[in-house]
Design a protein around this ligand. Structure first.
Ligand SMILES: NC(=O)c1ccc[n+]([C@@H]2O[C@H](COP(=O)([O-])OP(=O)(O)OC[C@H]3O[C@@H](n4cnc5c(N)ncnc54)[C@H](O)[C@@H]3O)[C@@H](O)[C@H]2O)c1
Length: 342
């Protein structure tokens, strides 16, 4: 077997694990190296479909550790990198920004530098690809109208998005300074199977099934554009293979919903699939558990991306409708927690 491989970082997390699973199925000739620190957010069980494949290699390590990263480049001929690894939870970044700076900024710098040195030495710097996975949160917050385009200036408003914006700038600088073949993608909020329990949708479902209060920040009117993780993985695949060097691509789901609308829909799905839990607390609907709590500091009001560039240039569009995707997602978490919550 050739030692040419794709390097994925943060592949034991939510989006990375979905991406690795679909990549290895679609590209049977590729090897794949997954570098993951296995923080609280990483889980090797997310990769149960590929863990036993010979062409899948798991490396337990930190993207900010030069020794580990250089060793990967020594052992494998890294054809391309898809860099997912990040500290990703906004609330945690507000409590302590340090791990965010180390992983998201320093880690991206270490990875860029290792790739640059290896690819320059082999004379392939302009051919091999570095794909940085980023977020629409780098653009800041919107009022009721308008959408972020790729030209919208960065205006991050919390430590998480500030570190993602800093990483984006570093990646772009490797294109302008060294001519490295980089691409960036900024997606809206993802949903789907294998997301960490701390995030909004799993939290709503878990709290509801435990018959606990479902906490909603502020007035619940903050708007997010929800993207099914499988659609995001397909967009990444297109950008990685066919995106233009030095370019950024926005990826959206075209599904703007307030947090309250989203919560109502999830509660309605749970009323359908798990009605018998409600009787325990004499409830008619899980909606009755919704409780408004103090708003998150600096809570961005609305995100919405204009993703016409990827649609026009790369022919991508989301395939999973919001209602179908969310229905399947609710059922996936219900199955996951079924035994624990009996
Ligand atoms: N989830 C979303 O809605 C969303 C939206 C837009 C962009 N993104 C971006 O997509 C990427 C993946 O997000 P996610 O939701 O899958 O995150 P996640 O928190 O579920 O997973 C992150 C993974 O990175 C690993 N990791 C963390 N620090 C590391 C380090 N120093 N070295 C190596 N591995 C490390 C963790 O162990 C985990 O497996 C992130 O870069 C995030 O900023 C996420």
């Amino acid at each position: 077997m050739s030692n040419k491989a794709l390097l994925v970082t943060g592949g034991a997390g939510f989006i990375g694990s979905n991406y690795i699973t679909s990549f290895l199925e679609k590209y049977p000739d590729w090897q794949l190296v997954n570098l993951d620190k296995l923080t609280y957010a990483g889980n090797v069980d997310n990769l149960s479909a590929v863990n036993d494949l010979d062409r899948y290699h798991f490396v337990h390590g930190d993207v900010a550790d030069e020794t580990v990263v250089n060793e990967i480049f020594r052992v494998f001929d890294i054809e391309g990198i898809i860099h997912f690894a990040a500290e990703s939870h906004v609330d945690k970044s507000i409590m302590d920004s340090n791990p965010f700076i180390l992983t998201n900024v320093l880690g991206t710098g270490v990875l860029l530098e290792a790739a640059r040195k290896d690819w320059e030495a082999k004379g392939v710097l302009k051919e091999r690809r570095f794909h940085h996975i980023s977020t629409d949160e780098v653009y800041g917050s919107l009022e009721a109208e308008g959408k972020f385009t790729e030209e919208t200036p960065y205006n991050p408003r919390n430590p998480y998005s500030a570190t993602k914006a800093a990483a984006n700038m570093l990646v772009k600088s490797y294109y302008t300074t060294y001519g490295m073949n980089v691409v960036l993608s900024s997606s809206s909020n993802n949903y789907g199977p294998r997301q960490h329990d701390e995030k909004l949708i799993p939290t709503i479902i878990r709290k509801a099934l435990s018959l606990e209060r479902i906490p909603i920040y502020g007035d619940g009117m903050n708007v997010r554009d929800w993207l099914y993780v499988g659609d995001h993985c397909q967009a990444i695949d297109r950008i990685f293979h066919d995106g233009e060097a030095g370019e950024s691509y926005n990826v959206g789901g075209g599904n703007e919903r307030t947090n309250l609308e989203l919560t109502h829909y999830i509660c309605d799905q749970l009323d359908r699939v798990k009605p018998h839990f409600l009787a325990e607390k004499d409830l008619q609907s899980y909606r009755e558990l919704i409780t408004f709590v103090d708003d998150r500091p600096g809570h961005d009001r609305r995100y919405a991306v204009d993703d016409s560039k990827i649609r026009r240039q790369l022919g991508w569009s989301p395939q999973v409708s919001y209602l179908d995707g969310l229905k399947d997602t609710v059922e996936w978490y219900v199955t996951k927690w079924e035994e624990v919550l009996q």
